[in-house]
Write a protein that binds this ligand. Structure first.
Ligand code: ADP
Length: 636
């Protein structure tokens, strides 16, 4: 038996792992299974690529078994594979040293931080040594494929290891863990199954568990036990399979298991990227938006795998938040297996995968919008809102998202896109108009729409409470250009809120100087009567039937927005006054011209303002005052 010392780095790493990863020690099984799977992958490759291995009888599998002994420290857990195996030299190199460069620096850094931050260690492949968190002695019996000799590596994980000659019938490695007293919990059928299902269910090779099952006679008396072997991973990894091999049913079945949904998904997107980055993604959009997606503690449904090994499903960075309704899998070939959360967030590989995935999903949404009315309508009814969130969160994709969001309209039924709106615009129309601040019914009845309707100008009805914030941040809509080169027609419009000063410039019909001059005394009377209740009083160009309306000054928040912010607890906000616009042709307004009774002027002006607020769904500050004025006017 040859005795060997661990390379200093190994001892230090062992020490660190045991002290910093202990609370998450079950990952040791994931690490050993991944090593076994890698060993199988390597041999599988050789059987394809190397003539010397072509005739090898190779049925790749991983076998787990355990022996439970009530004596403290006498239980074992065994993980065996029939993969590539290791010879004497490789056992020493692989399990006695750390070959990677930069290890020493890394360990120096870790030594300082590891106790504070166990995630740091994830930057490093903890691998095989993590088994020393549950074992105080490990044996690895290995035989290299193509060689006849087998070797046994033994270590207590303290300062060194022994290697001696051993017996093994086939190529591969058998790792025997002599469990510590605490590690004994893993000598148990249920915990092994549970850990494998959680972390290694999609490892491509079958994983078998051998266990003893007690047998009972007719009277229920124990009569002995029988050894059984079950396959415990599904190994489907359907996202790694060719699309041509898969049917809708396969995708749907996998979705139900993944998304814990009894319903089928609305649709799925399966992608395999090859080239500089190799990864597979399989995304699903549920038919119904997750009920809790607007809660702060919502857990997004995309899982990260590295080479089929589950890494995390709890990373908010995997997908942008506005796509949090998407469920599915990202499986990368290029990330290290032990990539930690902190590392994930700045990882370029993952960032590229993420960007690619968002683009892919956007393309898929667009295809749905263009080709599948029924599904698209379901999609809009469920996900229009998160798409709008994307408009202000995801600047880089704003143009693409803007093509997907839908709005209601003053002239057409149902949902409309900005592109459709643009195609219906009048030839001389300068802007895209919208109205916000209330439910659909209130908005459609708003006096602000009158002149637009009269002129046949369409106004988008934005009745979602977040529309106000979103759309003012968007500002413009650029129609994707058609054609190429110089003839490409790229048109761009400003989005204008009709409830703001300045949005009425195209409604110029009443921009008649004479009329303005004539009405001036009336305006002055109203201004005087309303005092500081309004920012200004103006002759309106946008009213047809109603006597008055309110608008917000160009850069002021609308009254509705102020009302919403107050409801959300922003009580400190100063009152920003609206501008009152009056319709000079309306008899109520015209009637003020010859009126001199100041009390009556004050009543009329007050009612003009309050009714304009009321139709916009805004609370009147002093309802008693409003009612008194109204009654005085009615009884005259
Ligand atoms: P990593 O897997 O990140 O390289 P490990 O410490 O887990 O780190 O393993 C070190 C090396 O030991 C592996 O790279 C591999 O060469 C070898 N090894 C470990 N387990 C096995 C196994 N079951 N079969 C063959 N080689 C193995």
């Amino acid at each position: 038996m040859a005795q060997h010392q661990f390379q200093t780095e190994v001892s230090r790493l062992l020490h660190l792992i045991i002290h910093s990863l202990y609370s998450n020690r079950e990952i040791f099984l994931r690490e050993l299974v991944s090593n076994a799977s890698d060993a199988l992958d390597k041999l599988k490759y050789l059987t394809v690529a190397d003539d010397a291995y072509k005739n090898l009888n190779f049925d790749p599998r991983i076998d787990i078994s355990f022996h439970k002994d009530e004596t403290a420290g006498a239980s074992t857990l065994t993980i065996a594979d029939n993969g590539i195996g290791m010879n004497e030299a490789e056992l020493g190199d692989s399990l006695g040293t750390i070959a990677r460069s930069g290890t020493r620096n890394f360990l120096d850094k870790l030594a300082e931080d590891a106790k504070k931050d166990s995630n740091l260690i994830g930057q490093f492949g903890v691998g095989f040594y993590s088994a020393f968190m549950v074992a105080d002695k490990i044996e690895v019996i290995s035989r290299k494929a193509g060689e006849n000799a087998a070797w046994k590596w033994t270590s207590d994980g303290k300062d060194g290891y022994d290697i001696e000659s051993a017996q093994r019938d086939t190529q591969g490695s058998t790792v025997v863990l002599h469990l510590t007293e605490e590690g004994t919990e893993y000598a148990n059928r249920w915990s092994i199954e549970d850990i494998i299902k959680r972390y290694s269910n999609h490892v491509a090779f079958p994983i078998y568990l051998t266990y003893d099952e007690k047998e009972y006679d007719d009277k229920g008396k124990e009569k002995g036990s029988k050894t059984k072997t079950d396959r415990i991973n599904s190994g489907t990894a359907i996202w790694r399979r060719a699309k041509s091999e898969l049917k809708d049913e396969d995708y749907n079945e996998f979705y139900k298991q993944l998304g814990h949904d009894t319903d089928e998904p609305l649709f799925y997107v399966h992608t395999k990227a090859e080239g500089t980055l190799e990864y597979s993604t399989l995304f699903y959009v549920p038919k119904k938006a997750p009920f809790d997606m607007y809660n702060a503690d919502y857990k997004p449904g995309v899982k990260l795998y590295v080479k089929r090994v589950f890494i995390t499903d709890d990373d908010k960075e995997l997908m942008p938040t506005w796509l949090r309704f998407v469920r599915g899998i990202i499986d990368s070939e290029d990330l290290p297996l032990n990539v930690s959360r902190e590392i994930l967030q700045q990882n370029k590989v993952l960032l590229n995968i993420k960007n690619g995935s968002v683009k892919k999903l956007l393309g898929e949404f667009k295809a749905l919008a263009d080709n599948n009315t029924e599904k698209w309508e379901t999609f809009v009814s469920q996900y229009n809102r998160p798409l709008k969130e994307g408009l202000y969160q995801d600047f880089g994709n704003r143009e693409a998202i803007l093509e997907l969001v839908r709005f209601k309209s003053s002239t057409v039924e149902g949902w409309t896109s900005l592109a459709d709106y643009a195609s219906r615009m009048k030839s001389d129309q300068k802007h895209i108009y919208y109205i916000t601040g209330g439910d659909e019914k209130t908005l459609k009845a708003s006096p602000l729409l009158e002149a637009y309707t009269a002129k046949g100008i369409e106004v988008l009805i934005m009745d979602d409470e977040i529309d106000d914030i979103i759309i003012s941040s968007v500002g413009r809509y650029k129609k994707p250009s058609v054609g190429e080169g110089d003839s490409a027609l790229s048109q761009e419009w400003e989005l204008k809120a009709v409830n703001r000063a300045g949005a009425d410039e195209e409604l110029g019909e009443k921009k008649d100087k004479a009329a303005e001059k004539e009405i001036k005394p009336v305006i002055e009377k109203i201004k005087k009567a309303l005092g500081d209740r309004v920012k200004d009083v103006k002759l309106s160009r946008r009213l047809h039937d109603s006597p008055s309306c309110i608008v917000a000054d160009e850069n002021d928040p609308t009254m509705q927005m102020q009302q919403m912010l107050k409801a959300m607890g922003q009580t400190e906000m100063p009152d920003i006054k609206p501008i009152l616009e009056v319709n000079g042709d309306h008899p109520i307004v015209a009637g003020l011209r010859d009126l001199e009774d100041e009390e009556r002027i004050a009543d009329v002006a007050g009612v003009l303002l309050d009714q304009a607020l009321l139709v916009e769904g805004i609370k009147v500050k002093d309802p008693t005052d409003f009612v008194k004025r109204l009654n005085r006017l009615l009884s005259r």
